[in-house]
Structure formats: structure tokens, C-alpha cells
Design a protein around this ligand. Structure first.
Ligand code: NDP
Length: 242
């Protein structure tokens, strides 16, 4: 349980859902954890309490992933207040669904801003504070593997995250920093609440996943023992995109 003892992490988009489960799991394994949020201070505070209950330091930070200065400031504050930065998980994301005939420019721009530009900004911001052994983990989506109708915007952003991760992994490899991408499939969160009945019959394992099942994989990727893996995209989706 203490695999991340002495480490410091930041989870961009760590207030609820998958990001909160990741933040808590990193704390359970021994890390101090900063977490950003944009609209849910109460959820961020609740997640911070769970981290503190593990005996770790929690640092909730308001930072919109669309705001480059805020993303830079969040990474800097995490490194300063936690004393170091070893792990950055970039989870913040939005889901805009709709057939291409109807998709709005606003949805396109917002999705690119958070799911893609925001991931780029967070990688750039976090790596500055990392040394050898640093871990950057993005949260993509299984829609990068296999399209579903109505997901042209979302799938496009999440496919691009996989490409971004491969290039960033090459750039940061000489410094001993790894960059990997976790691609969840349907997970029980606010994002999927209304779609669960539609999703379950399409999932080979016959159920949606729980946020903790993504948290465990992210913690594994954050550990020292995983230092030889970089540039990889790993899917955890109950077999949906096979
Ligand atoms: P939720 O909608 O439940 O939570 C989204 C999280 O991202 C919240 O912590 C939210 O903060 C944060 N966030 C959203 N926009 C911003 C922003 N502009 N700046 C900072 N933080 C932001 O989503 P999930 O937990 O379901 O999804 C998490 C990630 O996993 C996303 O990237 C999503 O695309 C991906 N994913 C999810 C799947 C699923 O089935 N749930 C499947 C595949 C991928 P706040 O609380 O302040 O709004």
C-alpha cells in the first residue's frame, strides 16, 4: 500500500468521478496530492478530506484547464506546497455528444480546449517541476480505439491525446520522465449517469466500471516499478472497444 511513499502528485480535474478516485488511491499508496477543479469546490473539499483521512496532505486548487496561466500556477503551487512533484495525472475532460450534422462550434471549441489543449498545457506545466522518475499519466478514452455514433468531437480529442502522449514521451525520455495514457470505457460517474442503460448491453463484461478500477491502474503506472513503460495507451473498458 505504500508504493508511493514520499511522492507528491497533482490530479488535474480531481474533484469527483474518476479523478477523485485516482487522487484517493494515490494517497492510499502514500502520496501527498494536489487536485484541481473548476466548478465543484464542495466536491473538491470532500475529496481532500478523504486524502487527509489517509494521513496525507491534500491541496485543492481552483484551476480551469482552459486557462494556461491557471494550469501553470496550479503545477507551481503543488510543487511548492508539497515540496516536490513526481506524478501528474491529467483527467479533466468534458463530453459533448451529437451527430456531426448537429454538432455546434461551441461544443467543438470547448472540447478541444479542455480535452486536448488543456492536456497539452498540463503536461507542459507539470514537467517543469519533475526530475528523473517523474510520471505523467493522461486520461483518454476507449473512443480513441473504436468510434460510436455521435462521438466525432469527443473521439477526435481523445485520439489526439494518444498521439500527444507518444511525442511527449519521446521528448521527456532523456530526462527519465515517462508519459502514458489510460483509456477508460464506460465508468460510473456523473458523465455517464444518463447513458448507463444504453451502455451496459454493449459491454462484453456486462457492467460499467467503477472509478476505483481506473484509480488502481493509474497508481500502478505511477509506481517506480513501472518505469520502463512510456508512450503507451492502455484501455480499461470491459472489452467494449475490442
Ligand atoms: P466527470 O464529469 O464525472 O468529472 C469531470 C472532472 O473533470 C471533474 O473533476 C471536473 O471538475 C473536472 N473538469 C472538467 N472540466 C474542467 C476544467 N475546465 N478545468 C478543470 N477541471 C475540469 O467525468 P469522469 O470522471 O467521468 O471523467 C474523467 C475523465 O475520464 C475525462 O477526461 C473523461 O473524458 C474520461 N473518460 C470517462 C469515461 C466514463 O465513462 N466516465 C470513459 C472514458 C473517458 P469540477 O468538479 O470542478 O467540474
Amino acid at each position: 500500500r505504500e508504493n508511493l511513499e514520499g511522492k507528491a502528485a497533482i490530479v488535474f480535474g480531481g474533484s469527483r468521478g474518476i479523478g477523485a478516485a485516482i487522487a484517493v488511491r494515490l494517497a492510499q499508496e502514500g502520496a501527498d496530492v494536489a487536485l484541481t477543479y473548476v466548478s465543484s469546490p464542495d466536491r473538491a473539499a470532500a475529496t481532500a478530506k478523504l486524502i487527509e483521512a489517509e494521513g496525507r496532505t491534500a491541496l485543492p486548487l481552483h484551476a480551469d484547464s482552459a486557462d494556461a496561466d491557471a494550469v501553470q500556477a496550479a503545477a507551481r503551487q503543488a510543487a511548492e506546497r508539497l515540496g516536490r512533484l513526481d506524478i501528474a495525472v491529467i483527467n479533466a475532460g468534458v463530453l459533448a455528444l451529437g451527430a456531426i450534422e448537429d454538432a455546434s462550434l461551441a461544443d467543438l471549441d470547448r472540447s478541444l480546449e479542455i480535452n486536448l489543449r488543456g492536456v497539452f498545457l498540463a503536461i507542459q506545466a507539470a514537467q517543469k517541476h519533475m526530475g528523473a522518475g517523474g510520471r505523467i499519466i493522461t486520461i483518454g478514452s476507449n473512443t480513441a480505439n473504436r468510434a460510436v455514433a455521435g462521438s466525432s468531437i469527443y473521439g477526435m480529442t481523445k485520439s489526439a491525446v494518444g498521439a500527444l502522449v507518444r511525442s511527449a514521451a519521446l521528448d521527456l525520455a532523456p530526462r527519465g520522465i515517462t508519459v502514458n495514457n489510460v483509456q477508460p470505457g464506460p465508468i460510473r460517474t456523473d458523465m455517464t449517469r444518463e447513458a448507463i442503460d444504453w451502455l451496459v448491453p454493449r459491454i462484453p463484461l456486462g457492467r460499467v466500471g467503477e472509478p476505483e478500477e481506473v484509480g488502481g491502474l493509474v497508481a500502478y503506472l505511477a509506481r517506480p516499478e513501472t518505469g520502463y513503460m512510456t508512450g503507451a495507451s492502455i484501455t480499461v473498458d470491459g472489452g467494449m472497444s475490442l
